[in-house]
Design a binder for this molecule. Structure first.
Ligand code: ADP
Ligand code: MG
Length: 385
């Protein structure tokens, strides 16, 4: 019996003329290529903070290597409303930072152009120039003015007239520019003071118009405009996907979210009599922190200082406090309230701040003592430890 002869052949040799090793080459080549690509994609994805930013990216990387992959906040600075504005954001991965900042800047510029009393074409100037009781129509691009005037009135009512945008009838007689200081005479103040009454500002939503009743009435939104611009900047940022930012207009700040996961933004509460001194470091979140101080714009004549926050009852700079910091959900409210509390003084100011839901305040009296609302006491105690 013979066995059929089985020819020993190299495995799989099907007659193509290629050895196994030869046929594997393209596969191995593709594999190496794939690995090179994966390596490239991996290293490029995580190469720098710019690429690691963004909510999901942050969360994913924060869990693995929080130090190396923590997204970096970036700051851009510009001038607006006579002050320096710093916008600090933690932008998502695909954000074009410069376009985003341009958008913030033009939103703030739009608000300024509506409310700037020094610009003759602004809504405020056009209204002030009209004869008494003549309505002025609000243009679509000026629409915010209606909300601003409503909020101004609300704060006027809350503060019993301590905040009053018609303080401008006397305010225009003052000049707090140190290069050309001007103090009005008693007679000048006496003849203008009757023009101060916030009820003279009449808003008609139905016709979208505003009028000033009463001869000599005029308005100045200097006590609420900056806060409004900050709110618009924050609205712009959140509508463009930003969840973490600081908008700081000359020390008036809105704190959006946390700096990074688990790490809050830090805010320094400045010493009003020593701009380099810090009274406390706070870590607020999703809140506006706005300060009104007697040191911001002031003139000195014959050894006496005069500052720009006027008491509507006297037409003279308000006395009793040197600084008021207000925490509120909106910068617009915080801005107006800071001016209001400043005028009200330590006792009545503190009383109002305690009464308002969602509002906290730090009042600094002339003897440099800090007085905080009850909701802040614990925070301040731990901040100064
Ligand atoms: P800053 O602009 O320096 O932060 P404020 O927010 O306190 O200061 O605003 C002060 C400005 O508000 C003044 O320059 C003036 O235009 C306006 N103002 C002054 N006194 C009052 C007041 N009693 N009520 C409303 N606005 C006021
Ligand atoms: Mg203010």
């Amino acid at each position: 019996m013979t066995r059929p002869y089985r020819r020993r052949s190299s495995l799989g040799d099907s007659g193509s003329g290629l050895t196994l090793r030869q046929r594997r080459r393209p596969v191995v080549f593709m594999l190496i290529l794939g690995m090179v690509y994966l390596y490239w994609a991996y290293t490029h994805r995580d190469r720098g903070p710019e690429r690691a930013r963004g909510k999901s990216g942050t969360e994913r990387t924060a869990r693995r290597r929080p130090r190396r992959w923590a997204p970096l906040p970036v700051t851009r600075t510009f001038s607006m409303m006579g002050t320096r504005v710093n916008v600090t954001v933690v932008p998502p991965r695909k954000t074009n930072l410069e376009t985003l900042i341009d958008g913030v800047r033009s939103e703030m510029a739009r608000i300024e152009s509506v409310m700037n009393a020094h610009d003759p074409t602004s809504f405020v100037s056009r209204l002030n120039d009209l004869p008494a009781s003549t309505p002025l129509r609000v243009r679509p691009e000026e629409a915010e003015i209606l909300d601003v005037l409503d909020e101004a009135r609300r704060v006027s009512e809350l503060s019993g007239g301590a905040f009053d945008i018609t303080v401008a009838s006397v305010g225009r007689l003052w000049d707090f520019d140190p290069h050309r200081p001007r103090i009005p005479t008693e007679e000048e103040i006496a003849s203008a003071i009757d023009g101060i009454d916030y009820r003279q500002v009449v808003v008609d939503r139905a016709t979208s118009s505003v009028l000033l009743a009463g001869e000599g009435a005029r308005i100045d939104l200097g006590g609420i405009a900056k806060g409004t611009a900050i709110d618009r900047a924050v609205d712009y940022l959140t509508s463009h996907g930003i969840r973490s930012a600081l908008v700081d207009a000359g020390g008036d700040v809105y704190v959006l979210g946390k700096k990074t996961r688990g790490v809050p933004w830090k805010i320094a509460l400045q010493d009003p009599r020593d701009t380099t001194g810090v009274l406390a470091t706070l870590t607020p979140e999703n809140i506006a922190v706005v300060t009104s101080g007697d040191y911001e714009r002031a003139i000195a004549i014959d050894g006496k200082r005069y500052h720009h926050i006027l008491d509507p009852r006297t037409g003279m700079p308000a006395e009793g406090l040197i600084s008021v910091t207000v925490f509120a959900p909106k910068a617009q409210t915080a801005d107006a309230l800071a001016t209001a509390l400043f005028v009200l003084g330590p006792e009545r100011g503190m009383e109002l701040a305690e009464r308002l839901e969602g509002v906290e305040a730090i009042l600094i009296t002339e003897d440099r003592r800090m007085h905080a609302t009850s909701g802040l006491k614990e925070t301040l105690r731990s901040a100064s430890e």
